[in-house]
Design a protein. Structure first.
Ligand code: AMP
Ligand code: GLY
Length: 431
């Protein structure tokens, strides 16, 4: 059978997806659009694609005669790319625009969770500043204020400073159709669990943890994610089973009951609080950078699973197979990230880094600059690279990732030095 896959997106997540799909013997060809310099070195790319335009996405899939389209980012999904692809008879892994509202509107996600009995933070959704202020005072500090809509990771403010919370309320409400969600603060460690769904069943991946703050020790502003690792040696052994039973399956059931089945990747962002597990957020696509760590250990051929989910029948997959050991990804960010990243700087040492045994250099914001006549890889986004290390345990995986990262040069680039450090120590102490 011929399976030609189109991956839509241009980040580290898409580079990891492309690599995992290329490993699948049932996949005959992988094309990525728009891609980046690292993806282009491995597979054909269509750099001109506007991913926000569902017609353009579907036109490209038609032109390529793709058998499966895997949509990486949330923006095309919320815009209806999956609907347009399915309308044209193209197989697509990714939810409809209606189902993508689980990420596109925090108010909608809360409504679904309430209807499905899924544990989440208590919240108030409103378009009125005084209602928001009253909710802040009812919940008390620490204040959690969320933009209702998509905000590329910048929509959430968690603060003890009431004035800052109020300022974010006003910023959210100032947007066209602005709405804001005020939540109770959730304590406890966070977990990202990805679940593949065919609209009816769910198939969990291995849980991961993401590091959202820019600097070591969880200091600095929130980012899209500065690193991640899997598995979680400290997590309760029944965590995945509990999330499937109390969060994922009820949500999938509720979406089906509403006539808007969720077919794609459900990303459950969870907090393991002192009062039990709570959903922090849902996303409707693979997480970035957790995917880079998680897919490194996946043994089950990815294309076959995603195609089965897209076809609405995951029944042949009871579970996914994983390599033993651990995987860690550390993100190299551009100077000024996240507030105002500077791009266009040459990246050195990529070959040396890729030569480290067990390391994989995944590109995120990179471009090939042929300006001087020779191909050079330059930075083109805030998160520039994700360096993955795999090893027998987290300590070994960390050593590999940082060994490789230390061989890369980007003027002013920054990365966290403590990705998976505490978990590696816990694991070492327990073994
Ligand atoms: P979100 O965009 O909803 O994932 O929020 C981004 C980050 O803000 C999360 O990963 C958490 O670290 C933090 N956060 C969001 N909601 C809460 C909450 N209710 N309590 C504590 N932290 C939160
Ligand atoms: N790693 C966080 C996200 O993908 O939203």
């Amino acid at each position: 059978m011929r399976v030609k896959v189109l991956v839509v997106g241009s980040g580290g997540r898409e580079h990891a997806l492309v690599r995992a799909l290329l490993r699948d013997p049932s996949v005959t060809e992988v094309v990525c659009a728009p891609g980046n310099a690292g993806i282009a070195a491995e597979t054909p790319v269509h750099g001109e694609l506007d991913v926000t335009d569902p017609t353009a996405v579907a036109d490209l899939a038609d032109a390529l005669d793709s058998d499966l389209v895997v949509v990486g980012p949330e923006v095309p999904l919320v815009a209806g790319a999956a609907d347009e692809l399915r309308r044209r008879g193209r197989r697509c892994f990714g939810p409809s625009a209606e189902a993508a509202r689980l990420e596109g509107s925090k108010t909608f996600a809360k409504e679904v969770m309430r209807a499905a009995g899924v544990p989440t933070a208590e919240s108030v959704s409103t378009t009125a500043a005084d209602t928001a202020a009253a909710a802040l005072d009812r919940f008390g500090p620490t204040y959690v204020v969320k933009d209702d809509g998509l905000a590329a990771g910048k929509g959430v403010v968690v603060t003890d400073d009431r004035a800052e919370a109020i300022a974010h309320v006003h910023a959210c409400l100032a947007k066209p159709h602005g709405a804001v969600v005020i939540e109770e603060f959730l304590d406890g460690p966070e977990v990202s669990l990805f679940l593949i769904s065919d609209g009816v069943r769910v198939l969990p991946l291995q849980p991961a943890q993401d590091f959202k703050r820019a600097r070591d020790g969880d200091a600095g502003p929130n980012t899209g994610g500065m690193g991640a690792y899997t598995p979680l040696p400290w997590a309760p052994p029944d965590l995945v089973e509990e999330v499937v039973r109390t969060v994922a399956q009820p949500t999938i059931d509720e979406m089906a009951r509403r006539g808007t089945p969720f077919n794609g990747l459900l990303y459950a962002g969870l907090a393991l609080t002192s009062r039990g597990l709570r959903v922090v957020e849902f996303n409707v696509r693979f997480g970035d950078p957790e995917t880079q760590a998680v897919l490194e250990l996946l043994e089950t051929p990815l294309g076959a699973v995603l195609a089965a989910a897209a076809d609405g029948d995951l029944s042949e997959f009871d579970s996914l197979q994983w390599r033993s050991g651990a995987s860690v990804v550390v993100v190299l960010a551009a100077p000024g990230y996240p507030a105002s990243p500077t791009t266009g700087a040459e990246i050195g040492g990529l070959d040396e880094a890729a030569g480290v045994l067990g390391a994989v250099v995944l590109h995120a914001g990179t471009a090939d600059s042929a300006a001087t006549g020779e191909h050079r890889v330059v930075s083109s986004g805030g998160r520039v690279l994700g360096v993955v290390g795999a090893g027998a345990d987290l300590t070994a995986a960390r050593d590999v990732a940082y060994d490789a990262l230390n061989r890369i040069h980007l003027d002013g680039g920054h990365y966290r030095t403590d990705i998976a450090a505490t978990a590696a120590d816990l694991e070492a102490a327990g073994s």
